[in-house]
Design a protein around this ligand. Structure first.
Ligand SMILES: *[C@@H]1O[C@H](CO)[C@@H](O)[C@H](O)[C@H]1NC(C)=O
Ligand SMILES: *[C@@H]1O[C@H](CO)[C@@H](O)[C@H](O)[C@H]1NC(C)=O
Length: 410
């Protein structure tokens, strides 16, 4: 009990200390008092669970194989008596069909980007990236990097398309994977948002790729997830940085790096992400939101229904697009989005989403064209997104991105 309450305290504490520390100046020159150091050690003991096995990736990440029933998710007060679901019990029609329109043949220079641990965790355990002291310090220094707010939030800029109205139980897309260059206090992402509600009651689940030094400690392009149930106020966080997301895969985890990234006018690497809700009414797991890689049927894990309010029932809209962040007070150029080139360059040079699909009426389907909308773009010379179009009667797609620069926000 004390442990579970302390997660909330921890978040408050982290934000309190961050204010004190930000005044100490640039990264690397931080001086930590003995007291602060002891507090960090205490936090790390709560966050990092005992490892059955330790896996190191070739790029230096450390993953602890943690007992599946003792993973960080279960520190969440709402998941105290949660019964873990080892795999999805039902699928929307068409989701894993080879013939579904999102599985259409890609050109030969378009390949899936490799991702995943080469060494799996032993059965009964799941890989969780170990949090180090320097990770906590970076979070404290860049608190707003951890708040992918709405498009009115300062420092965040979006170029995206969305589909609304029908109650949705999931969505999927193929995303081209790039590695835009960012400064250490910025991020640049390609994201699929599944949402319900507005403002303080906004429920949001997000998945995609991101380059986010503050979050991950390097400039690699990584798989990320995010969730919130109160419009980013008090709940939610990236990956498994706070309790909530229940991981079941022994080889895939949020935060892993994509091994291959696309080059402008070179080979294109893509990733396929799918999020869907169990809706079979007789199932006790109804309402859980699963994250899967449908290309190879890997189920990474799920967000339990009990975390959510609006999303416990369904999503009311889905967004696909790019998001960048740069502290608005920094005077820095806004970072590149996607490949760094504007959408008019086309799929050879600009980043893209394709195979856009949504789940409604228990089936994976193309979005209804009349419900597709393009969001407002702040400055078309910085970032833009094409309108969604249908390619050769096969799948829905659009290009997005741009170079960034000065005066790119609202
Ligand atoms: C990431 O890229 C930025 C800008 O190029 C650079 O300043 C920074 O040192 C890089 N960080 C790492 C960890 O490589
Ligand atoms: C992807 O990257 C990995 C690791 O760098 C490499 O071994 C592999 O050959 C690459 N795959 C392709 C298709 O380029």
């Amino acid at each position: 009990m004390t442990l579970k309450v302390s997660m909330k305290m921890l978040i408050l504490l982290v934000s309190a200390i961050s204010l004190a520390w930000r005044s100490h100046g640039v990264e690397g020159e931080i001086s930590i008092s003995e007291e602060e150091d002891a507090e960090l050690e205490r936090q790390l003991k709560i966050i990092n669970k005992p490892a059955i096995k330790v896996i190191k990736t070739h790029y230096g990440d450390i993953y602890d194989c943690v007992d599946i029933n003792k993973q960080p998710a279960f520190d969440h007060p709402l998941l105290k008596n949660h019964k873990i679901q080892m795999r999805p019990t039902s699928f929307p029609k068409g989701l894993f069909d080879k013939a579904s329109s999102s599985s259409v043949e890609q050109p030969s220079n378009v390949m899936p980007s490799e991702i995943g641990l080469k060494n799996r965790c032993p059965p009964g355990s799941v890989p969780i990236r170990r949090t180090r002291k320097e990770d906590l310090i970076r979070v404290k220094q860049n608190p707003s990097d951890f708040q992918p707010l709405t498009d009115r939030a300062s420092g965040h800029t979006f170029a995206s398309n969305y589909v609304n109205s029908v109650p949705y139980h999931g969505a999927g897309a193929l995303i081209a994977v790039y590695n835009p260059t960012i400064l250490n206090d910025q991020f640049s992402s390609a994201v699929m948002w599944i949402q319900n509600g507005e403002k303080n009651t906004l429920n949001s689940i997000q998945v995609g790729w991101t380059v986010n030094h503050a979050l991950h400690g390097d400039n690699r392009t990584r798989l990320f997830t995010y969730w919130t149930v109160d419009g980013y106020q008090r709940t939610g966080c990236f990956d498994t940085r706070c309790p909530g997301f229940v991981q079941v895969s022994t080889e895939m985890a949020p935060g892993l790096a994509f091994e291959n990234t696309s080059l402008i006018d070179g080979p294109k690497y893509i990733t396929k992400v799918v999020i869907y809700q169990i809706t079979w009414y007789r199932d006790s797991s109804t309402g859980n939101w699963w994250l899967s890689f449908s290309e190879n049927n890997v189920h990474i894990g799920y967000w339990p229904k009990s975390l959510f309010t609006g999303l416990a029932t369904s999503a009311s809209y889905v967004i696909w697009g790019g998001e960048v962040y740069s502290p608005s007070s920094s005077g820095e150029d806004s970072p590149p989005m996607g490949s760094g080139l504007l959408p008019f360059k086309g799929g050879k040079e600009a980043c893209f989403f394709n195979g856009l699909q949504v789940i409604y009426d228990s089936e994976l389907k193309d979005p209804i064209p009349s419900l597709l909308h393009k969001r407002k773009i702040a400055n078309r010379y910085c970032y833009d997104a094409d309108e969604v179009e249908k390619y050769n009667d096969m799948y829905y797609y659009f290009h997005f991105g741009g170079p960034g620069g000065q005066n790119c926000g609202f």
